[in-house]
Write a protein that binds this ligand. Sequence first.
Ligand SMILES: [Zn+2]
Length: 375
Amino acid sequence: MSCPPQIPLFPPLSQNPQITPLVNLNSIIQTLAEDLTTLTSFKTRYFRSQTGRRASEWLHNRIESLISGGAYDASVEYFNHTWIQPSVIARLQGISNTTVIISSHIDSLNLNLPSLLPAPGANDDASGVSALLSILQSLLSSPPLPLKNTLEFHFYSAEEAGLWGSNDIFSTYNTLHKQIHSVLQLDMIGTPSAKIGIVTDFLPESFAGYISHIATKYTSLTPVLTTCGYACSDHASAIRYGYAGGLITSGTIPELSKADYSHTKHDTMDKLSTPHIAEFVKFGIAWMVALGTAELEVERRGYICDNGYPDGWMGTILRFSTARAADPAGFGLWILAVVILLAIARPWEELPFLMRFCRKVKRRFRRGYTSLTGD
Ligand SMILES: [Zn+2]
């Protein structure tokens, strides 16, 4: 069943949260560096790998230690899939079950031989994961806020496979009639830039406007509008099931693709700027505080729907080809491997034999045929 896309209502712009006491910039930058180091130290966070599973387990334990002893009604859980790497969801329960979600993806991918080759995935998307951890840590280490709404922090598995983890989660949320206000995905936010890119595909204007407002008010980043052209990250799974989903990234998509090392072994921490990610942490704190403490109305209440991905079959192709030739050297390796295999197997040497064999069969057949008809 299809459902009209939800247009979320945002708090009045005059209503601004006090976030300065929550921001300890030096400690945020240090925490970001530590978390990024750990996340990129897994050989790969590929969703079908043991190290991918261990990355999720590390994340779960890290959040568990953050929430233990905190003043919030907080919890963390795995969301299991049919593959080995679970997604992880942290929750700060508010008075109402209306839920505001901020998200990122835990998996990484090396496009050439994902099961074997390293994929540090620093920008894609350890940057988003570490930012979410810092937002959570800042909230939990400060005096608790009076949360009217519930806040969730999502860390999806198998984004790189084609948004599989988030699809499982929003499909389930839809079946459970969960009231979701909005979902905001942070993906590839580490490239040094003075901008915050607001991806406008399938994004309601009010949503883009509120991102822009929070960014201008609480960060040094300049908001810029940009487009992907297809459902390019997990927020699209939310949209698929009728929820409002947005994506923010570092600068515009064309700027990002100029220095895009994603899906290769070159997506490493040294190419990122932790002070830049810290601006996204400031943004995230303000976003969660503003939406967590405001009176939010969610119009869409419980009906089951599936719009499919909003971009049709061409988007499916694009989603898989984003795992595009970001690594021409790797692509060259594939060609080299095929050449070596051909050189060893030399299938063309079998050609004369095959032709001889075919001639023999043909002759036999003809002889049999003439002997049958000759009588
Ligand atoms: Zn990503």
